[in-house]
Design a protein around this ligand. Structure first.
Ligand SMILES: Cc1cc2nc3c(=O)[nH]c(=O)nc-3n(C[C@H](O)[C@H](O)[C@H](O)COP(=O)(O)OP(=O)(O)OC[C@H]3O[C@@H](n4cnc5c(N)ncnc54)[C@H](O)[C@@H]3O)c2cc1C
Length: 238
C-alpha cells in the first residue's frame, strides 16, 4: 500500500503526491507503478492507472508521483485532486523501462505532460557531460519547471494549451535539430498519435538507424487507459 504523505503543486497543471511506501522499492529513473483507484467507477469498480515514480527517497521510503491534471478528470486525476494525507492506495510495481535510456553518445528527449516525470528523472540521472536535446511540451508557460540536468542538454519548452487536440510541435522541433556525432539515445513518450508520428520519422531518418530507442505512448486522446491499452495491443498485432 501507499499512504499519502503530502501534496505540492509542481506547476500550474502538475500535482505532486509524496507517498510513504510500506516496503522498500527498486527505483530506476523512468520506472512506473500501477495504482488501483479505489471505487472510482460505477458498481464499485477500481480501475488501474499507470504512473511514473518521479523520485524515491530510500532512507525514508517515500516516493513521489507527478500527476498531469487534465479536464474532464479521469479516475486517477480526480483521485489525486481529492487525495488527503493518510489516504491509502494499492499499487503494483515498479516496472522498468524496456530500454536503458541513459546509454548513447547523445540524447534526444520528447515528452508531453504525462511523460515529463519520466523524461526529467532520466535527464537528472545522466552524467554531467551528457549532451543532446529535450523538447518538453506543456499546457501553459507556468508549467515550465526548474531543471537540474546536465548543461549539455539543450531544453526547449513547447506550449500546447489543449492536450485533447493533437500537436505536431515535438515532431517539427525534432525535424529541425542538428544531429550530434555518434549513436543517439532516444526517449519519446506521450500521446499515441504524436509518438507514432515521431516514430515514423525516426525510423526513416538515417541519423536514428543506430543507438537505442524508447518510444512509447502513455495515453491517447479520447480513450481511457483501458481503451488505450487495447488500441496499442491491436496496433502491435497488426
Ligand atoms: C509507463 C507510463 C507512465 C506514465 N506516467 C505518468 C505520470 O508520471 N504522470 C501522468 O500524469 N501520467 C502518466 N502516464 C499517463 C497516465 O497513465 C494516463 O494519462 C491515464 O490515462 C490517466 O488516467 P485518468 O484516470 O486520469 O484518465 P483516463 O480515465 O485514463 O482517461 C479519461 C480521459 O482523459 C484523457 N486523458 C488521459 N490522460 C490525459 C492527459 N495526460 N492529458 C489530457 N487528457 C488525458 C483520455 O484521453 C480520456 O479521454 C503514464 C502512462 C504510462 C503508460
Amino acid at each position: 500500500m501507499l499512504s499519502v504523505k503530502n501534496k505540492t503543486q509542481v506547476s500550474a497543471n502538475m500535482l505532486r503526491i509524496a507517498f510513504e511506501v510500506d516496503v522498500p522499492i527498486d527505483w530506476l529513473p523512468g520506472c512506473y507503478i500501477k495504482l488501483r483507484i479505489p471505487n472510482a467507477l460505477p458498481g464499485g469498480i477500481s480501475p488501474v492507472r499507470t504512473y511514473t515514480v518521479r523520485s524515491y527517497d530510500a532512507a525514508n521510503q517515500v516516493l513521489a508521483v507527478d500527476f498531469a491534471i487534465h479536464q474532464p478528470a479521469g479516475p486517477a486525476t480526480a483521485w489525486a485532486l481529492n487525495a488527503q494525507p493518510g489516504d491509502q492506495i494499492e499499487y503494483r510495481g515498479p516496472g522498468k523501462l524496456r530500454v536503458d535510456p541513459t546509454n548513447g553518445d547523445w540524447h534526444l528527449f520528447a515528452a508531453d505532460m504525462s511523460a515529463l516525470p519520466a523524461a526529467i528523472s532520466i535527464m537528472e540521472s545522466l552524467s554531467l557531460d551528457a549532451k543532446g536535446y529535450a523538447f518538453l511540451e506543456v499546457t501553459e508557460e507556468q508549467d515550465r519547471q526548474a531543471l537540474h540536468i546536465p548543461e549539455g542538454i539543450q531544453v526547449q519548452w513547447l506550449v500546447h494549451p489543449n492536450p485533447k487536440v493533437k500537436s505536431n510541435q515535438q515532431l517539427e522541433a525534432i525535424r529541425n535539430i542538428k544531429p550530434l556525432a555518434g549513436k543517439p539515445s532516444v526517449f519519446v513518450a506521450g500521446e499515441l498519435s504524436t509518438t507514432r508520428e515521431i516514430k515514423q520519422f525516426l525510423l526513416q531518418a538515417p541519423t536514428y538507424q543506430s543507438g537505442s530507442h524508447y518510444i512509447s505512448s502513455y495515453w491517447k486522446i479520447g480513450l481511457t487507459e483501458e481503451e488505450h491499452k487495447m488500441a496499442k495491443r491491436s496496433a502491435a498485432a497488426g
